[in-house]
Design a binder for this molecule. Sequence first.
Ligand code: WTA
Length: 635
Amino acid sequence: MSNYHIKHLEEYYKVYRKSVREPELFWEEIAEEHFSWRKRWDKVLDWDFSKPEIKWFEGAKLNITENCIDRHLRTKGDQTAILFEPNNPADGPEHITYRDLHERVNKLANVLKSQGIKKGDRVCIYLPMIPELAVSLLACARIGAIHSVVFAGFSSSALASRINDSECKLVITSDGSYRGAKTIDLKGIVDEALETCVCTTHVLVVKRINSEINMKTGRDQWLAPLLENAPTECEPEVMDAEDPLFILYTSGSTGSPKGMVHTTAGYMVYTAYTFKNVFQYRPGDVYWCTADIGWITGHSYIVYGPLANGATTIMFEGVPSYPDFGRFWEIVEKHKVTQFYTAPTAIRALAKENLDYVNKYDLSSLKVLGSVGEPINEEAWHWYNDNIGKQKSPIVDSWWQTETGGIMISPLPYVTPTIPTYATLPFPGIQPALMDENGKELTENQVEGRLCIKFPWPSIARTIWGNHERYKDTYFSAYNDKYFTGDGALRDAVGYYRITGRVDDVIIVSGHNLGTAPIEDAINEHPAVAESAIVGYPHDVKGNALYGYITLKETGEGRDHDNLRKEINQLITDRIGPIAKLNKIQFTNGLPKTRSGKIMRRILRKIAGKDTGNLGDISTLLNPECVKEIMDEAL
Ligand code: WTA
């Protein structure tokens, strides 16, 4: 029996049981049957969560781009690999076949080599959602360079800290980007960032918006002329299974962003296998994930997973509101999209608009709808199901993380019966555990706890770049011998999982993970600010919005509060990016603290969420009097 494509529920349970009973055999069969290897592995799995050390397919040799491109050339050379839909509908679309993709990736790989980039070097990619972005990832992978994509909405200082952390030698960017009716000066942001990055000696610039930009002699070069002269064949670097493929930064609850390191073989096998099953992709389908490649969803389910299956994957440069709120549905009709994967925040934003924007278009090609990035609320689920899926396309509410590399808990469409807001069942190979406060596993059903994973899966991140201790502390120290996700979850009577949200200080705003600490650090840089605390509160489109409680220094008192709010949000925009701006700012005379001086965020969260019925015992606080004051003045 092939385990690769699961077609009904009974088969799922059978495959799942096998994946738990004989994990090595299970993954070995999948790896063997569906990928091309330069050399077979010596050992399927070697692991020790206490170190933590995880190795999959040790000894194997491969190149992921041979699996994502070359091996499809013979049968699918003329099939569209990437279907590019530009910001302005009149400028596209562009069909990039597997043959075109092969040529573009090989040429860019040769350009990178000509700039001195070698296996193991880090390359930062700061690009909008244009084909060069996907091509850049693959070109790095072709020559064994480690890509570090930074979402092109991050500010120059956020970009600089990521470039410096992994010491990127080269940056690939563009003169600018389109975002709806606006343009953004990406190159200017890169220039500013590089003022503090001595590690970066080369910058390659894609021409996208034809703006006037500064080119620094000796450092910056336009990419197009280099590509023109580059050879069209680049021998793929033969990589070890455990060689790093990429670094992708994600926010933690404290400290600087964590550079999660993903390695080659396990990541390839897992993203390909999950893509096939979670989307039930069949030849001829046109798959569209609306995420940005700057996030893990784009890495795994726009680029690597779909291409490893020889799929047609859409890359969309624009925004859902441009030229109008019908853009998504216009694209679905135009390209006869079969699988559509988006985030709850986008669904909620579009659900607010007139239904005519949806009903104008023929959505009958859709077979599967996906949701990712945060819990989907019931109302959004039904709107999606009724108006987009017309109650005939199953919704796959897929739970996973940057750290997990691929989808972990999700229905399989036409296989797993769905229930709104439930991510349902673990993917084969995934062994979830719910833990109580005392660190004991809750083994029965109908329980709620903290979500851990007990056994390694092929695409788990192997470390945090340059900081293995932090990797261990963050993910493997809370619960003995288990990977801790940072999420809470419940398991119902039949074993379905429902993710209830973060249990740490990460707040998900419009599907983006934001750690409170870096935002507070940015705010505290303001000369008038003494102290600050950020919490999330429910927001009908963003899921969560940010509420800041800020205590001013004496020098700040008497200052115009509206002005201060603007300055503080500007600081956050400069340090992190506009996605981290605060929706509400309340100036306070003090923040509630425990006797050991820790800010009691639990109380602040309740006040921000207007849920002050039961604040719990506040008498043990250092300064209980400030709670009433904060409540009285809450926004
Ligand atoms: C949350 C995104 C509920 C969760 C792929 C997780 C979800 C964090 C879901 C990871 C879902 C993601 N239901 N919550 N279907 N998907 N999350 O690293 O809190 O950007 O820990 O990866 O998003 O976000 P990240």
